[in-house]
Design a protein around this ligand. Structure first.
Ligand code: F6P
Length: 372
């Protein structure tokens, strides 16, 4: 009987842990189940152009800790709405049938897709077309439905935490206000976790609109206590009460074309206008450093757990599923439950919002009332 052949692809923005999943999946599939593996390059684009490489024990060795993806990634190539040039004119069309015929031609039995909501929505759609698909949840934003945690998030939080530690010493030396912009799209998870772990004084997240007055009141309240510097962590998707998000650019080919960014500069400018006489203010945009470098130990382990469980699902023929983490346990959920939504912070019920408030951290949404 022919060996089972597994194809792997990594789609969307890269996240630390992609290589750790590829590593674990390759090792488990070869050593435990004796399968063959190939990896398509640049996500779904490689599936369309049939650009792949074998995945072997030799070419995946030593990648567990490395960020990025040895298969590269793309967050622009949705094969159900793909840009092709016909008679010199660019048109968008559904080219999913090309991917399916490539997989057939390459003798692939199962497609393992590592991605966030856009990539996994396509995985669901390929599953609906009859492909054997397994999803593995990735994104630094941690905004995917149906799993408590995506891999990549912990590493990003570590990077934000380390940056805030460094910014504290320089902010304190100059009595400055530093506004630190972090990623996360429309979800404030990175800001909330990184902000608490890094002892931010103010955390601004998309789920809780802020006012400038409340931010300034918190800064002055700290001044009054002799804390002459303030660290503000602002999520790229945060907005002022009655305001809207700041869009940095539109990436037309992307399943989610809006790229946020620019709020740290805007807020710095606004604060300079109001309290520039009291403090110097500086913006810091952490940007793609949050996705780069080495994968945190927690993410390496989470990725290894996901990879190992994905191989088990493949072995058992349980397709149309995404591996997930729920209540500390790895399990699987139908891909039907994954796409088309975002897991956002629920401010009224989220424990960490309460913890932050207990710590005296302001979300810029209420006046500050200190009792001591
Ligand atoms: O989804 C991951 C993410 O890093 C977001 O936090 C951010 O808004 C976006 O991707 C940035 O996308 P790009 O890499 O296309 O600039």
């Amino acid at each position: 009987m022919a060996k089972k052949k597994i194809a792997v692809l990594t789609g969307g923005g890269d996240a630390p842990g992609l290589n750790a999943v590829i590593y674990t999946l390759t090792k488990t599939c070869i050593l435990k189940y004796d399968y063959d593996l190939i990896g398509f390059k640049f996500g779904y684009r490689g599936l369309y152009t049939n650009d792949f490489m074998p995945l072997t024990l030799e070419n995946t060795t030593g990648i567990l800790h490395k960020g990025g993806s040895i298969l590269y990634s793309s967050n622009k190539d949705n094969l159900f709405d793909y840009k092709v040039v016909e008679n010199g004119v660019a048109v968008r069309k559904d080219v999913s049938h090309v991917a399916i015929s490539n997989l057939k031609k390459d003798g692939v039995d199962v497609l393992a897709v590592l991605g966030g909501d856009g990539t996994l929505t396509s995985a669901r759609d390929f599953s609906r077309l009859g492909l054997n698909v397994i999803g593995i949840p990735k994104t630094i934003d941690n905004d995917l439905l149906a799993t408590d945690q995506t891999f990549g998030f912990d590493t990003a939080v570590n990077i934000v935490t380390e940056a805030l530690g460094r910014l504290h010493t320089t902010a304190e030396s100059h009595h400055r206000v530093i506004v630190v912009e972090v990623m996360g799209r429309n979800a404030g998870w990175i800001a909330l976790y990184g902000g608490i772990a890094g002892s931010a004084d103010i955390i601004l997240i998309p789920e809780i609109p802020y006012t400038l007055d409340n931010i300034i009141q918190k800064i002055r309240e700290r001044d009054a206590r002799g804390k002459m510097f303030t660290i503000i962590v602002v999520s790229e998707g945060a907005k002022e009460e009655g305001g809207s998000v700041i869009v940095n650019k539109i990436v037309a080919d992307s399943p989610d074309p809006v790229r946020l960014g620019g709020i740290a500069n805007k807020l710095t400018y606004q604060l300079e206008e109001r309290i520039g006489e009291e403090h110097e203010i500086r913006p810091v945009v952490l940007g793609h450093t949050q996705r780069g470098g080495e994968t945190s130990p927690y993410d390496r382990i989470l990725s290894a757990r996901y990879g190992s469980y994905a191989a088990k699902l493949i072995h058992e023929g349980q397709y149309g599923q995404m591996v997930c983490l729920r209540g500390g346990k790895i399990s699987a959920v139908s891909l039907e439950e994954v796409g088309g939504g975002q897991k956002l912070i629920q401010p009224e019920t989220e424990e960490l919002v309460q913890v932050a408030r207990d710590l005296g951290i302001s979300f810029g949404d209420r006046q500050v009332h200190r009792t001591k």
